[in-house]
Write a protein that binds this ligand. Sequence first.
Ligand code: UDP
Length: 333
Amino acid sequence: MKVAMVIPPYRYGADPSQWITVPPQGYGGIQWVVATLMDGLLEAGCQILLLGAPGSPVQAGVTVSAAVETAEIHAAIEAFAPDIVHDHSNAAALPPDVLRPTVSTHHLNGVPERQINGIYLSCAQRTAAGSVSAPVIRLPVNPSRYPFQEAKDDYLLFLGRVSAHKGVREAAAFARAAGLPLTVAGPAWEKDYLDALLADFPHTVRYVGEVGGGTRTRLIARARAQLVLSQPWGGPFGGRWIEPGATVVSEAAASGTPVIASDNGCLPEIVPGVGTVLPVGQNITLGDAKRVLASLPTAQAVRETAVDRWGHHTIARQYLAVYKRAVSGKVWT
Ligand code: UDP
């Protein structure tokens, strides 16, 4: 199949000519999802036009478009003549006048701009969007991009945006109760939140900034566990934060690193089998922390579960089935 992948073009760093690529240089949830999905679709024989990520690495089967404006994106899609357009931009970069079959993966919270032929990352996210029957397809992981490490170092990891709704403070509180250091990696756009975190957990938190490449994969693979204690408040657009898909869960699991998560959003759907789920608001004692750490599944089991559930071939097959439904004229909301 010929697939046009539309992602939101985001600038990278201070240089106005640079864009966040697929895969991303550092932080980039949607860009990692699309990179991994493309791995699976390419192995299944698809040809892909990638829109919204100029400068992405060249690879066989992929045309990287320089288009970032809607009119240019439209022209690029028409010239490519895809069987299916796959939007990941919540319609922000999707030209409204594209007449080709289109599906949209929703990566955010709340009701998507385009509800026709939507795909959700979790049942929790789908319910919050008001849909009952649109397909849920989990976030993929390509195990060959994540080195597996059985022996772990004595630190816990938080990887992601350093923001209240991502539960970095709760991760620090868990680590302090466990008597383990917490490495915090990710962009800190809310400086007050980071400053308070460092002031309140001076002996626990080690902030290493945004990470990419081998630094990122090594940090994930060596951690004793990854903490994904998302909270239902403090989200980017106000309102309740419902963790939609959590890319970091499948990445950690593929590396053999178990996950300690809150029960917010998608997490109770995906974490059992690769880690433990704790209720939002639970105060963690030393005893609790020890019990949780002792109960985590082994590195081998976690990796096998991740590949089985979310391996890029499996998820690409699920997407291909949905593409075929849309191409055959089926419409769902
Ligand atoms: N990430 C990264 N470098 C960082 C922090 C995060 O590459 O310093 C990646 C992380 O590995 C994951 C993505 O950014 O692939 C975050 O996606 P997630 O779904 O966990 O969170 P969100 O999209 O809500 O920010």
